[in-house]
Design a protein around this ligand. Sequence first.
Ligand code: HMG
Ligand code: MG
Length: 307
Amino acid sequence: MSLPSVVRDPALPTEVTIYEVGPRDGLQNESVVVPLDAKVEFITRLVAAGLPYVEATSFVHPKWVPQLADAAELVARLPMDRATPLPVLVPNERGLDRALESGVRHIAVFASATETFAQKNLNSTLDTQLDMFEPVMRRALAAGLDVRAYVSMCFGDPWEGEVPIDQVVSVGQSLLELGASQLSIGDTIGVATAGHVRELVGRFVAAGTGVDRLAMHFHDTYGQALANAHAALQVGITTFDASAGGLGGCPYAESATGNLATEDLVWMLGGLGIRHGVDLAALVETSRWMAGVLGKEPASAVVRALS
Ligand code: HMG
Ligand code: MG
C-alpha cells in the first residue's frame, strides 16, 4: 500500500489521539439498519486497527435515533472493561440508568451552543440543557465513570446562522465546571474554516481552558475538515474525532454530511510524521467492508484512492 513521504513540521505536535466516532456518529445517520453482528464486528475491527477510543453507540430515545435502538444489546457483546475505552452518548438520567445497567465505563454528554439546536436535538433549551446534564454528570462521576462533553453548532447553525464565540465558550466552560474530562468542539454542519478554528481555540485558551482539554469534531460538508484539523494542530490541539470511511452526519442538522474521515486524517498525520498508532491498511479494509454492508461507496478520498 502506498504511503505519503514523511516531512516533519517541528511546529506541530509529535503525537495525536484519534477518537473514532464511526459506529455512533457515522451509523446514526444511515437509513440502512445495520445488523447487530455487523456493529460488533465494526467496533472490534476498529479497535484491532489501533484506534485508542471507539465511540460505540448512544443511549438516547430509540425513537429519535432508531439505528442505535440496540445500544444495550450491543454493549452486552463488547468488552467494556478492556484497555480501549468504548464510550457511549448519554443525554439524560434515563440514558445514564440504561448505560450503567449495561456496564458502560465512559460516557459523553452532548450540549448545544445554540438555542434552536438545543430544542431540536434535546427537546431542551440553551440554559435548561445544563440542568439535564448536571445530575447525569454528578452520578456518572460518583460511579467512577469518565465523562466527555460535546458542544454542537460551534461554528454556525443552520437555523440561527453565525454563532457567537462567547456563547460557545460559555457552554463549554459550564460543562468543564460540571466535571467533563474533555470538551469536543463540534462543527456539526461543517461550515468552519481554518481562521475561525484558530480563533475559537484561542478564545477557550484565553478563558483558561488548556488545549489539552479540547478535542475537535469536524464534519466535512464543505470539504474543510482536513484543513481545519491542520489549523487546529497549529494551535496545539492533539485530540481529533473522526469517522472510519467518512461515515456520518447528524439527523437533526440540515445539510450535515459525513465526519472527517479517519483515513484522511491518518494519511495527513502520517505525512507530517505525527504519531497516531493506527494501522491504515487495516482501517481501509474495515471501511471498505462497512461500505459493502451499507451498500454505498466510502466518502473518504484516501479509502477510494487506496482501493
Ligand atoms: P424527551 O422526549 O424530551 O424525553 O426527549 P422525556 O424526558 O420527556 O421522556 C419522554 C419519554 O422518553 C419517557 O418515556 C422517557 O422514559 C423516555 P414514557 O414515560 O413516555 O414512556 N426517554 C428515554 N428512553 C430511552 N432512553 C433515553 C430516554 N430519555 C427519555 N435516554 C431526549 C429528550 C434527550 C431523550 C431526546 O431529545 C433524545 O433522545 N435526543 C437525542 C438526539 C440525538 O441522539 N442526536 C444525535 C446525537 S448529537 C450529535 O450527533 C452531535 C455530535 O456528533 C457533535 C457534533 O457533530 O456537533 C455529538
Ligand atoms: Mg457529529
